[in-house]
Write a protein that binds this ligand. Structure first.
Ligand SMILES: *Cc1c(COP(=O)(O)O)cnc(C)c1O
Length: 391
C-alpha cells in the first residue's frame, strides 16, 4: 500500500495547508516495534487487526515480518487475506455469527477459532468440522490493566479445563488463550496469566497445539513507565520457570502501533480557555477521552507565528455539533495558541482511526506517511518546540 509520503510533518503542512485532520503513519517506527516483538517474544507474534486496520499499517507490519493476524470478523479476515494471501488469520472472537464462520471456512479456509462456551464449540464444528484448532479462552482477573477484557469473554479456569478435554474428545486440536486486559502495565498480570495457564494445562492433560497469551502490552502514554523489552524478557523467563513447553503466540494491538502514528489537527476557534479543533470524540480521539490520557503534542504556528506560551491544558471541543464532543486537557499546548495553528498529537496509532465514525460529516480520511522517527515523542507528553510555518 502506497500513501502520499512526506519528509516531515512541517513539509506536509506547507504542502497541504490542511484545515481537515490528517492521520500520519510513521512506517519506520511501526517496523521498529514489529522487530522488537519478533526479536523478544518467545514465540509467534500476531497483530490484532481491530486496533488499527488501515491498509498502510497492515502492509507495513507485514513487510516487517508479521505474517499472522488476530481477526474478529469477516471484514477483518478479508482485509488481511485479500492483501496477503499467505497470511494466517486466527478467528479469535469467542462469539461468532454462523454466516461469518461459514464464510471464514468456505472462502478463506480458516482453521483456528476461539471459544469460551460449549455452545460455540458445536456452532463452529457444524461449519468447520473437526480438522481445526479450537482455542479455549479463559478469563483472567483483569488486574493491572486500564481496560479489563475478561469481564465480557473468557471461561472460568475450571470450565476452561472441561472445554479443553471436550475439544480433544471431539477430535479437534486444542489450544489455550486469554487476554490480560488492554494497556496492561503490570508484568505481574502476565505472570499470573501464565501460571493460571500452566494450571489449566495440567488439569486438562490433553495435547495442546499452542498457548496464545493475547495482547494487552502497553503504550508509553503520560505517566506510564513502559519497557516492552524487559516485559517480554520477563515473560520468557516465566515461561521457562513454569516449564511451559507448547508453542507460544501473542497478539498485541496497541503496543505495536501506538507510537507509529500521530494525528495532525487544526484549531478552528479559540474562546478563552477552550479551543475548537477539527477532531474529537467521534473521530480519532474517543479513546483518549475514555482513558483520560494526556497525549504528547507539538504545535505549528500559522503564518510564521512562533508560539512561546506556557503549556496549558485547554478544554478541547471536537468538530461535531454534539455537546458530548468535548475533552478536558487531552494534551498540553502553548497558551498563546490561536485559530489556524496546528497541533500534532502523538501516540495515536491505537484505537483511533479504527473508532472514527464520520458522524456529522467529519471524516478522518486523509492518511499520509512521514519518513523517519518522530523524535519528539521520546519526550512524551511535553510540548516540544513550537515551529513557525509560512502557511
Ligand atoms: C483487542 C484484542 C487484542 C489486542 O489487545 P491490545 O490491548 O491492543 O494489545 C488481542 N486479542 C484479542 C482477542 C483482542 O480482543
Amino acid at each position: 500500500m502506497k500513501a502520499r509520503s512526506f519528509p516531515s510533518v512541517r513539509s506536509l503542512i506547507e504542502r497541504l495547508n490542511p484545515s481537515y485532520p490528517v492521520f500520519v503513519v510513521w512506517p519506520e517506527v511501526l517496523r521498529e516495534k514489529a522487530r522488537l516483538f519478533i526479536d523478544n517474544f518467545p514465540g509467534e507474534v500476531l497483530y490484532a487487526v481491530k486496533c488499527n486496520p488501515h491498509p498502510l499499517v497492515l502492509s507495513t507490519l507485514h513487510e516487517a515480518g508479521i505474517h499472522s493476524f488476530d481477526t474478529a470478523s469477516l471484514p477483518e479476515i478479508a482485509a488481511v487475506r485479500e492483501r496477503f494471501p499467505d497470511a494466517h488469520c486466527y478467528f479469535n472472537h469467542p462469539v461468532k455469527g454462523r454466516g461469518a464462520i461459514d464464510s471464514a471456512v468456505d472462502v478463506y479456509g480458516i482453521t483456528d477459532f476461539v471459544i469460551d462456551h460449549e455452545s460455540e464449540l458445536y456452532k463452529v464444528e457444524e461449519y468447520a468440522g473437526t480438522d481445526i484448532t479450537i482455542e479455549v479462552r479463559f478469563a483472567t482477573d483483569g488486574k493491572g490493566a486500564v481496560y479489563n477484557l475478561s469481564s465480557k469473554f473468557g471461561a472460568p479456569p475450571e470450565e476452561a479445563v472441561r472445554l479443553l478435554k471436550l475439544v480433544h474428545e471431539r477430535g479437534m486440536r486444542a489450544a489455550l488463550t486469554c487476554h490480560v486486559g488492554s494497556q496492561c502495565l503490570e508484568i505481574e498480570a502476565y505472570r499470573s496469566a501464565l501460571a493460571l495457564a500452566r494450571n489449566i494445562m495440567d488439569k486438562a492433560d490433553v495435547p495442546l497445539a499452542y498457548f496464545d497469551l493475547g495482547g494487552g502490552f502497553p503504550a508509553p502514554y503520560a505517566g506510564a513507565h513502559v519497557d516492552l523489552r524487559s516485559m517480554l524478557a520477563d515473560i520468557s523467563a516465566t515461561v521457562k520457570e513454569l516449564g511451559i513447553d507448547v508453542p507460544l503466540l501473542c497478539e498485541p494491538g496497541r503496543a505495536l502501533v501506538a507510537d507509529g502514528c500521530s494525528l495532525l489537527l487544526q484549531v478552528h476557534q479559540r474562546k478563552g480557555d477552550a479551543i475548537y479543533v477539527n477532531e474529537g470524540v467521534y473521530g480519532c480521539l474517543s479513546e483518549v477521552n475514555i482513558g483520560n490520557f494526556v497525549m504528547p503534542a507539538r504545535v505549528f504556528g500559522r503564518q510564521g507565528r512562533a508560539l512561546s506560551g506556557e503549556p496549558k491544558a485547554f478544554r478541547v471541543f471536537g468538530p461535531t455539533c454534539d455537546s458530548l464532543d468535548v475533552m478536558d486537557g487531552p494534551f498540553l499546548v502553548p497558551d498563546d495558541i490561536e485559530e489556524g495553528d496546528w497541533i500534532e498529537v502523538g501516540l495515536m496509532g491505537a484505537y483511533s482511526l479504527a473508532l472514527a465514525t464520520g458522524f456529522n460529516g467529519f471524516m478522518t480520511d486523509t492518511v499520509v506517511s512521514v519518513e523517519g522517527r518522530p523524535h519528539w515523542l521520546e519526550e512524551a507528553m511535553q510540548v516540544a518546540e513550537a515551529e513557525a510555518l509560512s502557511v
